[in-house]
Design a protein around this ligand. Structure first.
Ligand code: PLP
Length: 398
């Protein structure tokens, strides 16, 4: 392990050993322990351009968020969904007001929000058309989660090893291919199309607005539901509250959100429009922890902050600033994405090597396939941005 004098880039040996001994090795971890943090800076002095993979939308330990969460945990931590609680009802009302959706199911994560969307779409179709109209079209390069159904929905063949048999009824088409779409729909057994407006894990790949519009047109004619997976793109990440707002005026029948929506607490939601709002009737779906009051108290603070137009304007400005600062570098071929969800295509360097070098220098960044992915907290200050950008420029110029 390397030790930089300014940067506490280390993890205690006992802690590392214990982690590797007692936690399954399904993650390759970097040799860094994060003990605490403030907005964009860790206790070890690292600048955080990853925000816990986009979850810490308000950075580390935002004061209002901490206060709301602590107040709630001291008052009532959980009840199950057998009873009513104020935090869930207030959060749900606010999120429906912001997005225009009618109602939502409350889950614990992005994958579970998507599980709900998949079940909802299939039941919608079953209720209306009967059996055998259950297929869901998803896009190549997509990522929808790690549960069996959401993994089946994920259009990345390398993830489809080992875990057979997968959940049936998913078909992948090439993103932006209207020909593929029409072909896939010709069988008449499709109930939904599921998409990320900007693929996150798949490599920060935005869809064409033309393709999105065509999806909506065809879906409307054939009564096929559109499911927007906004688990990564939602809650202001792209400079709009929902990324779909960048892609025309149509809104998905179902939108799922998680990651940044709760500021770092594990929860997710599946939002439904009028058509889909009464499909999951009592007993058809559930989640013991769904709507957890502590997560909802945190989520309310996130909603209050990130839904304002001034906040979203700033997210866009910060994104533009990053683009301006980095786009001139010889190593940067192009920058994809929107707002503070950015993917850099590099000329000769390998993004995963850059992540390691960056860590040594005190900067936390991510990859998305071959791209270097930046998902800083939405609350990042220009001072923090400049610190991180000057490290990144140095690393990319080496
Ligand atoms: C992260 C992610 C998921 C899965 O969310 P989890 O909370 O890890 O289950 C699903 N869809 C997209 C687009 C994601 O980025």
């Amino acid at each position: 392990m390397e030790n930089n004098p300014q940067i506490n880039h280390s993890a205690s040996e006992t802690m590392t050993e214990n982690t590797n001994k007692y936690i399954m090795p399904s993650y390759g971890r970097f040799p860094l322990e994060i003990e605490s943090g403030k907005n964009c800076i860790t206790s070890g002095g690292q600048i955080d351009f990853g925000a816990g993979i986009g979850t810490n939308s308000l950075g580390f330990c935002d004061v209002d968020w901490v206060n709301a969460v602590c107040e709630q945990v001291k008052t009532l931590q959980h009840t199950s969904n057998l009873y009513y609680t104020k935090p869930a009802s207030e959060f749900a009302e606010k999120l429906c007001n912001i997005t225009g959706y009618i109602n939502m199911f409350m889950a614990n994560s992005g994958a579970e929000a998507n599980e709900c969307a998949i079940k909802l779409a299939r039941k919608y179709s079953y209720d209306k058309y009967g059996k055998d109209r259950h297929k869901i079209i998803t896009l190549e390069g997509s990522f929808h989660g790690r549960t069996l159904a959401t993994l089946s929905a994920t259009g990345q063949p390398p993830m489809h090893d080992f875990f057979f048999p997968f959940v049936e009824g998913f078909q992948y088409i090439a993103p932006n291919s209207i020909t593929d779409l029409e072909k896939a729909l010709s069988t008449g057994d499709v109930c939904a199309i599921m998409l990320e407006y900007i693929q996150g894990e798949g490599g920060i790949n935005p869809l064409n607005t033309e393709f999105v519009n065509t999806v909506y047109e065809i879906a409307q004619i054939k009564d096929i539901l559109v499911i927007a997976d906004e688990v990564q793109t939602g809650a202001g990440r792209t400079g709009k509250f929902l990324a779909g707002e960048h892609f025309g005026s149509k809104r998905a029948d179902i939108t799922t959100m998680a990651k940044g929506l709760f500021g770092g607490l594990p929860a997710g939601v599946c939002l439904a429009n009028e058509k889909c709002s009464n499909v999951l009737t009592a007993g058809t779906h559930g989640s013991t922890y769904g709507g957890n009051p502590v997560a909802m108290a945190g989520g309310k603070v996130v909603l209050n902050k990130v839904s304002s137009s001034e906040f979203l304007t700033e997210v866009n400005q910060k994104g533009d600033y990053i683009r301006k600062e980095l786009s001139g570098l010889p190593e940067v071929v192009s920058i994809d994405g929107k707002g503070l969800m950015l993917g850099l295509t590099l000329k000769s360097k390998c993004a995963s090597d850059i992540v390691k070098t960056a860590l040594d220098k005190g900067l936390l960044v991510l990859t998305a396939k071959e791209k270097l992915r930046l998902l800083p907290p939405l609350t990042i200050s220009y001072k923090e941005l400049n610190q991180g950008l000057s490290l990144l420029k140095e690393i990319l110029s080496q």
